[in-house]
Write a new protein. Structure first.
Length: 223
């Protein structure tokens, strides 16, 4: 007769029961926090007060200021010779974050630059004087990183021309956070002297920074 032996399978847990319990508890807590964050974000975006309005008005530096102005325009159009106009100034709401400061949101962006919609080949953490290529091989330089602002400058070879300064300024009012994006150039370029190109670039910039504001509205919970 042929004896058939039934193999016995011994299963040993990969983790002790108490460890498995802790893992399950962490998963439950993480899931609950995600749902809570989504609920808070929805409510905050619904109740958000309108952000301050910024018109594209020209700067009006004094004659003495123009005479003493440096060659560069990194401090703003008022520091440029001839009083260069703003290309645009857009304000966006980032929602309600009462326990987060504007410096935390700025740090969240500069320390995780992959959050930038067109981060390209830039490092994850950017610092002043860093140079890198945004998507489409558009070279930029990090001009300044302040407590509540970030400023970059386009370099030669950029689609919109060189010496375009873009400043991202963060603020908070009554727990509501805002992002203001301002742009200006040292001197007129082929694009800024063309009405169709100017209109298209302004519309594209508004949409692009709208994406950034939506990303930061979510990531600010982890700032």
């Amino acid at each position: 007769m042929r004896n058939t032996k039934r193999a016995r399978c011994r299963t040993s847990p990969a983790f002790p029961p108490e460890a498995a319990g802790r893992r399950a508890a962490r998963r439950f807590t993480r899931t609950a926090s995600l749902y809570a964050s989504a609920a808070v974000l929805t409510a905050s975006l619904t109740l958000t007060v309108p952000p301050p309005s910024y018109a594209g008005t020209p700067a009006s530096p004094s004659a003495a200021g123009r005479e003493a102005a440096p060659e560069g325009c990194g401090q703003g159009p008022e520091s440029c010779h001839g009083g260069v106009r703003w290309l645009y100034r857009y304000g966006y709401s980032l929602g309600l974050h009462p326990f987060t400061g504007p410096d935390d949101v700025r740090r969240q962006l500069t320390d995780n630059f992959w959050l930038f919609p067109v981060s390209g080949a830039c490092p994850d953490r950017i610092r002043p004087a860093d140079e890198c290529d945004l998507l489409g091989e558009n070279p930029v330089r990090v001009e300044a990183v302040g407590a509540t602002d970030l400023q970059i400058e386009t370099l030669r070879g950029h689609t919109l021309g060189e010496a375009l300064h873009i400043r991202f300024a963060f603020s908070r009012t009554l727990g509501f956070h805002y992002l203001v994006v301002s742009a200006w150039q040292d001197r007129p370029t082929r694009c800024t002297e063309s009405v169709p190109c100017t209109v298209a670039s302004r519309a594209g910039a508004w949409a692009l920074w709208k994406v950034l504001s939506g990303t930061l509205a979510l990531s600010a919970y982890a700032a």
